[in-house]
Write a protein that binds this ligand. Sequence first.
Ligand code: SF4
Length: 114
Amino acid sequence: MERKLTCIICPLGCDLTVQVEDKKVLDVQGHTCPRGKKYAESECTNPQRTITSTVKCNDGSLVSVKTDKPIPKEKMIECMEAINNAVATLPVSIGDVIIEDVFGSNIVATQNKK
Ligand code: SF4
């Protein structure tokens, strides 16, 4: 089976053509650097995503957060439910863990907030 992808690793957005059989990548064409080939292989066998969002704080404001490593794409909705149900206690500093171990990733603050 042939899959057409756009590489999302850098702004160049190379068009990738991937030959896949039984969830095995046989060939990748169209990448202009090794990162594109790695992305295509990951996307066709075990797609991952980094989540960015906001968490409610105990004063009613919001603090921006992200996963500290990519999580399986199929777990994105469950990850967002965990983020939506969380409440961060102020003060918060960049890198503070707001939620531990959500599908192998911590949800960490990406801004300072007093
Ligand atoms: S293949 Fe390389 S150059 Fe092309 S979009 Fe991906 S990372 Fe960028």
